[in-house]
Design a protein around this ligand. Structure first.
Ligand SMILES: [Zn+2]
Length: 132
């Protein structure tokens, strides 16, 4: 490894200095300021989205991973049970769920859905259901 690889980047240095400089009172003050700014931005975004006559593009696949109890893995753990209280354990795993998203080309609003609906007459086909 040469010296260049060991050097910290400017943002890394600023991050370290920033974290050391802020005590808990500064952090609380800064947190309130950031929260206040976030609320203002959130209200502005809400107003733009509310007044937009959205133009959504084609839905895109947007699968997401959730942590779930795996079916059939619940079991009684006798070693850790106390008296008459049974202890149940189950295994968790990452499960990929189907989801779609669409983005408005005018305001950037992103909608997601996990639902599907049937459309068409005669030969029906499934499409993402965004509720409209
Ligand atoms: Zn829009």
């Amino acid at each position: 490894m040469n010296d260049k690889d060991k050097r910290l980047s400017r943002p890394e240095i600023q991050k370290i200095i920033g974290e050391q400089k802020l005590d808990i009172f500064d952090k609380r003050k800064r947190y309130r300021e950031v929260k206040h700014e976030a609320k203002i931005l959130s209200d502005q975004i809400y107003n733009v989205e509310r007044n937009c006559n959205h133009s959504f593009g084609e839905p895109e696949n947007d699968p997401h991973v959730v942590r779930e109890a795996l079916p059939g893995t619940t079991r009684l753990d006798r070693e850790n049970s106390h008296g008459s209280d049974p202890v149940f354990k189950c295994s968790y795993g990452d499960v990929t769920k189907q989801r779609w998203k669409r983005t408005c080309s005018k305001c950037g609003k992103i909608e997601t859905t996990k639902r599907k609906k049937l459309v068409g007459c005669g030969l029906k086909r499934e499409v993402p259901d965004f509720g409209n």
